[in-house]
Design a protein around this ligand. Sequence first.
Ligand SMILES: C[S@@+](CC[C@H](N)C(=O)[O-])C[C@H]1O[C@@H](n2cnc3c(N)ncnc32)[C@H](O)[C@@H]1O
Length: 443
Amino acid sequence: MSLFSTELERSAESSLGQPVVVDDLPHIGNISDGELFIIRNNESRYLTHHFHKYAGKFIPHIPRWAMRRFCSEAPKVVLDPFVGSGTTLVEAMLQGHQSYGMDVDPLARLISKVKTTPISVGRLGAIKRDVKKFDSDPTAYGSYVPTIPTLNHWFTPGAISELSACLAFVERYRDDEDIYDFLIICFSSIVRRASNADNQTMKTYVSHTHPKTPEHAKRIFTSTVFNYADRLAAFGALIKDARLSIIPQTIDAKNIDKFWSEMGLPKVDLCVTSPPYIKSVDYLYNQMAELFWIGNRWDLETQPKQNEYKRLYIGNDRPDTIGLEGDLVTGISPIDAYIDRIFSSDKRLGIVVSRYFRDMEQHFLAVRKVMKSGARYILVSGNSTLAGVPVPTSDLLTITAERAGFMSRNYFGYEIRNKHMRFPRGGRGGVVKHDWIIELEAI
Ligand SMILES: C[S@@+](CC[C@H](N)C(=O)[O-])C[C@H]1O[C@@H](n2cnc3c(N)ncnc32)[C@H](O)[C@@H]1O
């Protein structure tokens, strides 16, 4: 497959052929290079997939397709090195695979853990009874209030007192880890709705043009506990043999090989993931309101602490972590040509792009070491426009992976129908409508 013809095909979205409308991605037989799908059955919020918003969640169809296509006989070892909210892990558990997920984002790890940790129906029923009593108790209050100076900008006094009461309810379960984590995620998932911050945008901000009426925290917390408890019970009923490991500590996907060998973990049969996009999602900024309330679990409850932590994320654009000197050259000429063009109109962005591809190369080198030969790495990625330059990120990642021990086998695209899964990558507020699924083989 010629890289340059691929690049042209993949970057020029206008030149794509007619998309094929399907209910699910075909997992038997080969898909033609460059084929484009519209997935009509866009039900992506079943069972615990519904838990908590998370920027850049991919649709469960992708890991489900990848496992059916490449791991027909369970159990196999499946890895998502940028696990986010755990979509891959939920699907892996449903198909009976042993799965591992890691992420630098602690809230992401907790969401993933809760989505994939069944709790018995009896215990879930007891929580529902308790939360019902709590909801109808007018004297329920809590003492914890975030200490940030801008608290009143983000929350009304009523919201502060109700959120505080909800958190006090959660704290009653501190000694019961799985239930406590479950309730923290129920709580976290309602903070934005109870705040003054806009519900629709990913970034946490208070809109003055569209002022919002915050929802009642106690009411939505109670209904969320009911809803999530039912979904977790339904998920648990489908899981025969829990085989899952969320790696609880912060592991950088660039150093996955060291962790794997220290822990003596098994070689991976299939890797399915959507790595971060270049300078597109500021995960901590998106989670700011939630972290004011629960971030003390990870020492991330204030904005200065959150800002400091951002350096760990691949694709971040923290100016204080970039530094203007340093070697921009990746040694991969098509990538260097893009870096040059971007750098000449925006130096900082040029550095961000260079660092992104160097970080991703380090990741590919590391992950290759933990994979079996012949195993597939299914990577989901989209293209971006940076400093006015359309960047075929998915092609450039393919070339990067090829230099790190992978062979490109196939690629195809799908149209992003769910607006919550689209996010700005198109320069001036445009959204990219296709993502590319790239099949790489570890050689
Ligand atoms: C596009 S999201 C993945 C979303 C996921 N597929 C889902 O369905 O929720 C990319 C993830 O990469 C994580 N990430 C960024 N840099 C990382 C690094 N150096 N090591 C591990 N994870 C990282 C981010 O925190 C984010 O959760």
